[in-house]
Design a protein around this ligand. Structure first.
Ligand code: ADP
Ligand code: MG
Length: 604
């Protein structure tokens, strides 16, 4: 028995028991090694014309024997010599694959996708196996060798037999354990079932570029005998068939011009478990210091659990076609939590367990690009397919508003133009830009009213008062609306017709337009104003003066009213904001009655 080279039993123990949070990734690691071995041989044949190889034969095969409790991962790749076995499997943290990448860095083109890097993945097998036996025959050699270990002290290497070049990794799977102290036990048996293995292969290794095959049980109907009578019942027989389990070609690596939308839709529905087609598909390839492919989908409607606590946002993160994280939350801002998709990069630096990334900087760079893409896609949707966009907004608008509110308005510059509100004047949803564009000269603010019910809001005297002056009012019925406006404070409107304070300049401009010049435009920050709070400043000086006078005149009456109402009101006065309604209730200060109601209700 040879002792493991590098360091002690402790290191091995650490490898096996501490670096992975998830035992099931062992299969991903072994399949990745098999894929690397096949890739290396393929590469060799491409660069050396003496090697005759049919690349269609290259494959990875998974098989299991329930009774013997063995699971085997085989490949017909480059194989290992006795020396390779010693160096690669006898030394923890030695990666033959990383060496291969380095050695061939120059000649290696887009045709190789080596996954290995740290030289520890192989040992993850001991998380589920009490013994691992590796039978390998190096390409071009006549003899095979057998490496065997229980993952504790050391390993043995002996001569062995294998018909062809390649490697079999044979795991003796551990027995199930019983749970202790209320915790569930470990279920290893699942690695000896067809569906358990199929699940792991499709989840982690679905896009490995070589076929991963497994014998699977099927059933078929037997031909109906000629003398079968009317009461004949169809007969079935079970049989076994070799099936390629993985789908291989990662659709996100194809150029979008080569992919039909229906294929994207199929991929979306099967991968993200939706019955409906996505509303939008975004696919792009980023070049530069960090190369990656991204394929993103905007769903047509909200996933059923979107607003539940259990909902996890995130994009699937792949590196060299192998899944690293199923939901990488850092790739999406909260307000785009409904977006589904995949990011794949061979360049990202993974941590040793290949479960997360090592560098936040890389993630942040990808995330910021992803966010920009989503924003511009949503804007395109708003402009060229308004109906779908309104349906989208119905589903996800609350999240966008919340994004502005929870960033204290910092995100307003990006998100404000994605918002829609109900216009009391137009009787439909409008964007803030549309609202601003139809403001008559002299209108200084964007007016809104907030409450539970649109119908009721539109009948509020203060709303009518503003509408009667020719100004539109946004009717807001979502709890987050008012907070959103408060966080934004202003809306930055572009291309509004210019307002001239100075009479001479105004006349000069009017003359220029009459002479055929384009009217001048300007960008302006417009304040939001709740029609129900504070002073709207709509009344003219005269109207205000009249109101003040009337208040004074009827001082006694208002005093009496105030007394009768007691604590319920702060003051009673004549208002210049009403047009045809006799009276209204308003608040002073920044909070409207409606918002006070929301606050009083407390967090939901
Ligand atoms: P990594 O894949 O990160 O290099 P592993 O611990 O998974 O590390 O594997 C260690 C090394 O063992 C690999 O780099 C490779 O050289 C060798 N190896 C593992 N599995 C195979 C295989 N199926 N065929 C050929 N070589 C293999
Ligand atoms: Mg590996």
């Amino acid at each position: 028995m040879r002792q493991f080279k590098t360091e002690s039993k402790k290191l091995l123990d650490l490898m096996i028991n501490s670096i992975y949070t998830n035992k099931e990734i062992f299969l991903r690691e072994l399949i990745s090694n098999a894929s690397d071995a096949v890739d290396k041989l393929n590469f060799k044949s491409l660069t050396n014309s003496d090697i005759k190889l049919d690349s269609n034969d290259l494959a990875i095969r998974i098989s299991f024997d329930k009774d013997a409790r063995t699971l085997t991962v085989s490949d017909n790749g480059i194989g290992m010599t006795a020396e390779d076995l010693e160096r690669n499997l006898g030394t923890i943290a030695h990666s033959g694959s990383e060496e291969f990448k380095q050695e061939n860095a120059e000649s290696q083109g887009g045709d190789v996708d080596i996954i290995g890097q740290f030289g520890v993945g192989f040992y993850s097998a001991f998380m589920v196996a009490s013994k691992v036996r590796v039978v390998s025959r190096a390409f071009g050699e006549q003899t095979a060798h057998v490496w065997e270990s229980d993952g504790l002290e050391g390993y043995t290497i002996e001569d062995g037999e294998r018909a062809e070049h390649g490697t079999d990794v044979i795991l003796t799977i551990r027995e199930n354990t019983k749970g202790e102290n209320g915790e569930a036990g470990e279920n290893y048996d699942t690695y000896l079932t067809e569906w358990g293995l199929r699940d792991l292969i499709t989840r982690y290794s679905n896009y490995v570029r070589y076929p991963i095959q497994m014998m699977v049980s099927k059933s078929r109907e037997l031909p109906r005998p000629e003398d079968a009578g009317d009461d004949y019942q169809p007969q079935y027989e079970d049989y076994q068939e070799l099936e390629t389990i993985n789908s291989m070609t990662p659709i996100w690596k194809k150029r979008s011009s080569d992919v039909e939308q229906s294929d994207y839709n199929e991929f979306y529905k099967s991968t993200f478990h939706d019955w409906d087609d996505p509303a939008r598909t975004i696919s792009f390839h980023a070049e530069g210091s960090l190369e990656y492919d991204a394929l993103l989908f905007i769903p047509g409607r909200a996933p059923f659990d979107l607003y539940s606590k259990d909902y996890q946002k995130g994009l699937s993160l792949y590196s060299s076609n192998v899944m690293i994280m199923e939901k990488c939350a850092d790739l999406l801002p909260d307000y785009y939590n409904f977006v589904r998709g995949v990011v794949d990069s061979a360049d990202i630096s993974l941590n040793i367990s290949r479960e997360t990334l090592q560098q936040d900087r890389q993630l942040r760079a990808i995330a910021s690009r992803v966010e920009k893409k989503i924003t511009s896609e949503l804007k395109a949707m708003r402009d060229d397919d308004r109906e779908t966009y309104e349906a989208f907004f119905e589903n996800f608008g609350r999240g966008l508003k919340f994004g502005i509110y929870s960033s204290y308005g910092m995100k307003a510059s990006e998100l404000a133009d994605l918002l829609l509100f109900w216009s009391a004047r137009e009787n439909k949803m409008v964007t803030l830009a549309e609202y601003a564009a139809t403001m008559p000269e002299g209108q200084k603010a964007i007016y809104y009213a907030a409450g539970d019910d649109r119908e009721r809001l539109s009948k509020m005297p203060v709303v009518k008062g503003v509408l009667d002056r020719g100004y539109d009012v946004l009717l807001c019925t979502m709890d987050v609306d008012e907070f959103t406006f408060q966080a934004m404070r202003t809306y930055h409107a572009c291309g509004l017709s210019k307002v001239y304070e100075d009479e001479v300049a105004r006349e000069a401009a009017a003359k220029a337009v009459a002479d055929g010049a384009e009217p001048e435009v300007e960008d302006r920050d417009i304040e939001f104003k709740n029609v129900a709070t504070g002073d709207l400043d709509l009344a003219t000086e005269d109207e205000k003066k009249d109101a003040e006078e009337a208040t004074r005149e009827h001082g006694d009456l208002f005093e009496a009213m105030k007394e009768a109402l007691g604590d319920k009101v702060e003051k009673v006065a004549v208002s210049a904001r009403l047009t045809d309604a006799p009276a209204c209730i308003t608040t002073e200060g920044p909070l409207s009655l409606e918002m006070e109601k929301v606050l009083a209700r407390g967090p939901e």
